[in-house]
Design a binder for this molecule. Structure first.
Ligand code: FE2
Length: 286
């Protein structure tokens, strides 16, 4: 197994010469340790099939959901590209920085993500380091954010950006994953990482309505915090080659996709790893 840290971002490691389908115990132990230390592991050109990808993800924890296509290619090969298309709305929503499933009672632990079909331009995935972001805040702001909690909701993020699904149920809900129909999930802005014990910002596009602030004040505060947190020096953008796979730590990193020409096919495969309810449960859920 060959290991090479990314140099510019402060997180992320490229691992080659490894067979993820047949990991030896010592290789797995090293991968798991590196995942906690480096938050993003990149495995170039490994061409994982469904079973191998899901089995690899399951080593990190239970699955929130097994390998699922994130794609503008429909079931019959048609390309979803019109702005009002619900498939397009989901993909465009992912262009904003976020942690996965903070809008669900248990936020995701991480994800294994692989590329099958990639466009020539755009469609990169970026990650931003929320541990480094917290450490870069001045002490006064660290103390302030450490005392705050915000609600997280996919209704809020997709609604704010104009990406809600075209069909709504009579009770106001939507039949799409992520539109959790319980109370919006309340999370502290600072999460102590259960493995590293270091503070990480948990913010992103799903966060809104900080307790104790008016809606406008909260939005302004969170917009500024998100912008600061995702400054270039704390990010890495991966320019996918077909067959690449990654696994990231959703407790530390935010991520986003960069825009691409939606008339060009792109198919990525996402296996979402469930958080541990003892450490990833929203404060207003039991
Ligand atoms: Fe995501």
């Amino acid at each position: 197994m060959h290991i090479q840290d990314l140099t510019d971002s402060g997180f992320g490691t490229v691992i080659t010469d490894v067979d993820l389908a047949e990991l030896r115990d010592e290789e797995w132990e090293q991968i798991y340790r590196l995942w906690n230390e480096r938050a993003l592991l990149i495995f170039p050109a490994v061409f994982l099939d469904k079973d191998v990808q899901d089995a690899f993800a399951r080593r990190f924890g239970n699955l929130e959901f097994p390998r699922t296509a994130i794609s503008n290619i429909g079931k019959n090969g048609e390309i979803h590209q019109e702005p009002e298309d619900d498939v397009v709305k989901v993909i465009r929503g992912n262009e904003g920085w976020h942690h996965d499933s903070t809008y669900m009672p248990v936020q995701a632990l991480g994800a294994v993500f692989s590329a099958e079909i990639v466009p020539d331009e755009g469609g990169l995935t970026g990650w931003a380091d929320m541990r480094a972001a917290f450490e870069s805040l001045d002490k006064e702001t660290q103390d302030k954010v450490s005392s705050l909690s915000a609600y997280h909701s996919y209704y809020y993020s997709q609604g704010r950006d104009g990406y809600l699904p075209s069909e709504q149920n009579a009770d106001g809900t939507y039949n799409a994953y992520g539109f959790h129909d319980g109370e919006a999930c309340l999370r502290p802005l600072v999460k102590i990482h259960p493995a590293t014990h270091k503070p990480n910002l948990i913010i992103g596009r799903h966060a809104h309505n900080i307790i104790g602030m008016g809606s406008d004040e909260s939005e302004e505060f969170l917009d500024a915090l998100n912008e600061f947190a995702c400054a270039e020096e704390r990010t890495y953008f991966h320019d996918w080659q077909e067959g690449d796979a990654v696994v990231w730590d959703n407790r530390r990193l935010m991520h986003r996709v960069t825009p691409y020409d939606m008339s060009k096919p792109r198919r990525m495969w996402h296996t979402r790893i469930a958080g541990d309810p003892s450490t990833e449960l929203a404060d207003n859920y039991t």
